[in-house]
Structure formats: C-alpha cells, structure tokens
Design a protein around this ligand. Structure first.
Ligand code: PLP
Length: 396
C-alpha cells in the first residue's frame, strides 16, 4: 500500500485567515448591515496599467496569426523577458547574464519548487514573524526548521546567530508582515555568514518595488559576495498588480556552487523536467512592466498605495503608537496599544469600529502583541479606517 507523505500530518491548520473569516462571519450574522473596512488584505486592488494591457492585447493578436503564433515557450523563460529583466538589474549595478534569470509563474510556486534543489537533510532557518509558506514548505519536505525570532529591539531585522548552523536561510526584505527592510550593512552580515557556513540564502524580494530610500538594497545581489550564496525570488504580483495574471522571476547566479554542483544548471534541469514555460501572452505583458512607460505607470499605482501608508503612519504618529514599515513597504506593523494581544486587538477593532487587520501572532510566536495593516485597500476606505482608529484610540 502506498505511504503518503506523512509530513503533511505535521502541518498546523492555516488558522490565521480561517480564524479571521470565522470572526467576520460571526460579526456579520449579528450585524448584517455593518460596513467593514478591510485593512488586512494582501491582494492588490488597482488594475493592470495601460502599458501592460496594450502588450497583452497585442500578444493575444499574435496568437491569432500563423506567422506570429507561439506554442510551447522555453521552460526557463522567453529570451526577450530574461534579457529585459537582466537589463533592469543593471540599473542597480547588478550585472546578470540573461541565463541567470528564470521566469516563473509567481513567487509562491517558486518558493515551493526551489526546495527541489536541496537535500532533505538540510535545515531551514526562518526569520520570524514570517510569510507562512516558508515554514509550511519545509514541514512538507520534512526538514528541521530553526525559528529565529525578531523584535522591536532589532527593528525586526535580526543579525545572524553564529551558534546556528542553518543550510537554507530565508530573508524577506521588504518584509511581509513587518514592512522592515534590511540595510546593505545588515545584508552583508548575512551574506558573510552564509558564505562562511556554506549555506544558501533564499531572498524573497516580492516587495522590492516599494523601496523609496535610495540607500536601501532592492536586490541581495547589490551586496558583495551574494552571488556565491544567494538565490533571489521576485514577483510582479505587488510590483505591477499581477496577482491574478501570474508572473515572477528567480535569479540563480552561475557562481552559486556547492559540492561541485551548479544550482543554475540544476534549476535548468528542474525546469525542463517539471514545466513547459510560462504563457507567451503573460510574458509579453510582463516585459511591458520594464519599459519606461510601464515603470512610470506601475509607480503611479504604487504611489497610491504609498499614500494609504502615509495616512496610516500619520495616524499612528499622532497616537504615539510604535510601528515599522509603511515607508518602503505596503505593510505597517504596529505594537498593539495597552499591551493588548494580537487577537484581542483584532476583536476590539472589529467590534468597536469595524476595521479589520491581521493579528501578528499568525506570522509566528514573536508576532504576538503586534498587528499588521495593509495599504492595498482603496484610499477612501483607508482614510475612513485611519480616522476610526484615531478616534477610538486617542483617549487610551
Ligand atoms: N512572498 C511574499 C513575502 C508574499 O507576501 C507573497 C504574496 O503575498 C508572495 C511571496 C507570493 O507572491 P506571488 O503572487 O508571486 O505568488
């Protein structure tokens, strides 16, 4: 009889969003006419920009004509898109060869699939609070997981712990859920640690486009030494509203070699075995993101989310509430007032002012006592939510 992967039995229920929806449903049953202000969502709300829509339409028309029709695409990505992305990195002084860039159908898929490159005996280190997929993917693979807590003391950007010998290291910067961003000096410490231990950093850069401070790194490859110890996973989901369109990219430098094995070559082998490439139409749409027009338009949309962030930040500044994030990320991570627990604060906001956010405890134990607000809602709802929060908490 077949033996299922029993590691699935070790997974905790993904209770965070389930619990939230249960609480909302219960509230709505009691108050069917209530208007909710949803400030917890991780999905974007603005549509694709014009440059992308135009490219998608043109690509659809290409598929209608014999001369321009495309069948299977190259498994690792269309050369036009790999070249475009490599040129985009060059703007940050990161030199990549196009075959170090792999096109994917999104960061989530890639964060799971990339673990094929590592032995099951390798351990994984997850800096918490964290995007839940890192822990779950490694539980499914049966790996030992080190949970490295971060805190207000280190501004949620902890240093490596020399006493831990971790093989796979997850760093998400700008971070979901905290919005914290690692500086170049902080990343350099992680790069040195990884090179010294022979580990590999999986750098999740899904929110890099939200960075506005010039001195903060968008890519781990802006750090000396990263090409021998890091893989970068990126996505157009939040950068350009591709959550429903699906496109991401992964950078695996050729210099990343362990035990004589090149991770770049292994990934080529993996992709050619396990995928048949991303749709031509979507790759054409993605290439439009990197044109001058596309960049202008996506940054206009990001600017709208940033304006939402400003409204929240002003509210928390006035209330004297500690927070991080917001400036270089679409998330704001606050310390719950009056030492309230994360879920206690959730209930308080829902019951008193119908504002919904995400309890920090859902991202790891050290998130208890903190709360995440997202800036992806409409400007109108964000302004309403911030006003309600201010009026509720000003007398506290
Ligand atoms: N990484 C982080 C940190 C995220 O927050 C998300 C989505 O919310 C993803 C990856 C997944 O992105 P994608 O839509 O490309 O799968």
């Amino acid at each position: 009889m077949i033996t299922p992967n029993m590691n699935y039995a070790q997974l905790k229920d993904s209770y965070l969003f389930y619990n939230i929806s249960q609480k909302i449903n219960a509230y709505m049953q009691k108050h069917p006419d209530a208007r909710l202000y949803k400030m917890g969502i991780g999905d974007v709300s603005l549509p694709l920009c014009d440059a992308v829509i135009k490219a998608l339409h043109e690509a659809v028309d290409d598929q209608a004509k014999k001369d321009t029709f495309h069948g299977y695409m190259p498994e690792c990505g269309a050369p036009f898109l790999r070249e475009t992305i490599a040129s985009h990195y060059l703007k940050r002084n990161v030199t990549l060869s196009p075959d170090e860039v792999f096109v994917s159908s999104g960061a989530s898929d890639e964060l799971g699939d990339i673990l094929d490159l590592f032995d099951k005996k390798n351990s994984a280190l997850v800096i918490e609070p964290a995007y839940p997929a890192y822990v779950d993917a490694n539980i499914i693979a049966g790996r030992k997981i080190y949970h490295l807590p971060s805190s207000q003391k280190d501004n949620f950007t902890p240093k490596p712990d020399e006493s831990i010998d971790a093989d796979i290291i997850y760093i998400c910067s700008p971070n979901n859920p905290t919005g914290a961003v690692f500086s170049k000096a902080q990343l350099k410490e992680w790069v040195d640690y990884a090179n010294e231990k022979g580990s590999v950093i999986l750098f999740d850069a899904a929110y890099e486009a939200f960075i506005e401070d010039d001195n903060l790194p968008h890519s781990i490859f802006e750090i000396d030494g990263a090409k021998t110890c890091a893989i970068e996973i990126c996505s157009l989901s939040k950068t350009a509203g591709f959550t429903g369109t699906r496109l991401g990219y992964t950078v695996i430098p050729k210099a990343l070699v362990r035990n004589g094995m090149s991770f770049n070559s292994m990934w080529v082998r993996n992709r050619t075995t396990k995928t048949n490439g991303v749709s031509y139409i979507i790759q054409k749409g993605a290439a439009a993101v990197f044109t001058d027009e596309g960049q202008k338009q996506i940054h206009k949309n990001i600017g709208i989310y940033k304006q939402n962030a400003k409204i929240f930040m002003e509210c928390f500044d006035k209330l004297g509430i500690w927070y991080c994030g917001g400036k270089n990320a679409p998330y704001i991570w606050i310390k719950c007032p009056d030492n309230m627990g994360s879920w206690e604060f959730f209930d308080y906001l829902l019951n008193e002012i119908q504002v919904i956010g995400t309890p920090g405890e859902g991202f790891g134990k050290c998130g208890e006592g903190y709360f995440r607000f997202s800036t992806f809602s409409s400007p109108e709802d964000t302004a309403q939510a911030a006003e309600r929060i201010y009026n509720l908490l000003k007398s506290k």
